[in-house]
Ligand binder design. Structure first.
Ligand SMILES: Nc1nc2c(c(=O)[nH]1)N[C@H]1C(S)=C(S)[C@@H](COP(=O)(O)O)O[C@H]1N2
Ligand SMILES: [Mo]
Length: 327
């Protein structure tokens, strides 16, 4: 069962599985990997998997984009897929992996609406078809001051949005995520204004770093990471990365967002990673890097970089803006 029909890419372009296994010390898991590869099913959760079994789920061929490679140690598949924020499945870090098994990310459609010439309902296959899946290694910084380094697979968000021909009135793009109480036990709690909503300014959305992700570590996104389609905006705090997107809407005015409604003084619209502006309840000047054998609990603290290290690429988007007032 392969969730995506993606045109095959020449062998040399495909990230070899062995690269992950070597880089991440998973050679020990090779024997365990074979049956998982054969089953090829999108994983609903790795919570019960053996500790070092490595990536699982449908293999997703992608072209490595060497522009965004990294010498930093990658977060392990296990940490990236078992230490999550996805409040629709519960507020604990282990809840998404534990409770996302019932969620059905296939088939999937996305509604496109608002100030654009091309609007309507599109299947995930239609959204992805004209694009080549790329792999990019990005730093991933949560507002709660932990971070990861993750090889995402997806397409540039801007390339996808251009196909809808946004009009000159489209100043913002709003993303709404799926709302399925039967499959998502966390929706029974009023911790956020459901459905989860996020938004970007149109120039942020068009920036080549912004990604629509469908996989990680060479595999389709597990449910807990936002299957089948999520945002990845690496210069912003993680909560801007809306998971399981069902609606994309072009707006003239700045859209409201779930986290901003929940705590306007703590979660701003921009939420650019900024070590100089602390969260009211904790510092943002450093982060716990969850990577390698250090594991989640004893992860080392490192300095947080402006724009999460992507300042050279994105700082110009905010020229002249007061980034303390516009946090
Ligand atoms: N729909 C939805 N998307 C979401 C969230 C959520 O609760 N619901 N949490 C956000 C937060 S706070 C973070 S840090 C990232 C976490 O992504 P990851 O679990 O893949 O690392 O997802 C973001 N996207
Ligand atoms: Mo987060």
């Amino acid at each position: 069962m392969k969730p995506y029909r993606v045109a095959p890419i020449a062998g040399s372009d495909i990230t070899p599985e062995s690269v992950y296994l070597q880089r991440r010390g998973f050679l020990r898991g090779l024997g365990l990997l074979a049956p998982l590869l054969a089953s090829g099913c999108s994983s609903g959760g790795d919570a019960g998997a053996p500790a070092d079994s490595g990536p699982s789920g449908a293999v997703l061929p992608a072209t490595r984009n060497s522009r965004w490679d990294s010498k930093e140690e990658l977060t392990s598949w296990r940490d990236a897929t078992s230490y999550n924020n996805y409040y629709e499945f519960g507020t604990g870090k282990g809840d998404p992996a534990r409770h996302a098994g019932r969620f059905q990310p296939q088939p999937w459609t996305v509604e496109v609406a608002g100030h654009a010439e091309v609007i309507g309902r599109f299947s995930l296959e239609d959204l992805l078809k004209p694009h080549t899946l790329e792999e990019r290694i990005y730093r991933h910084r949560c507002v709660e001051a932990w971070s990861m380094v993750i090889p995402w697979i997806g397409i540039p968000l801007g390339e996808c949005l251009k196909r809808f021909k946004p009009t000159s009135r489209a100043k913002y793009v709003a993303f709404t995520t799926v709302n399925r109480p039967q499959e998502m036990p966390g929706l029974a709690y009023d911790v956020l204004d459901w459905p989860y909503r996020e938004a970007l300014r149109i120039d942020e959305a068009m920036h080549p770093l912004a990604m629509l992700a469908v996989g990680l570590y060479g595999r389709a996104l597990p449910n807990q990471n936002g299957a089948p389609l999520r945002l990845v905006v690496p210069w912003k705090y993680g909560f801007k990365g809306a998971k399981s997107i069902v609606r994309i809407e072009f707006w003239e005015n700045q859209p409201s967002t779930s986290w901003n409604i929940a705590g306007p003084s703590e979660y701003g619209f921009y939420s650019n990673v900024n070590p100089a502006v602390d969260h009211p309840r904790w510092t943002q000047s450093s982060e716990r890097r969850i990577a390698g054998s250090g594991g989640s609990l004893f992860a080392k603290r490192i300095a947080t970089l402006p724009f999460n290290g992507y300042a050279d690429e994105v700082a110009s988007l905010y020229a002249g803006m007061n980034l303390r007032a516009n946090y």
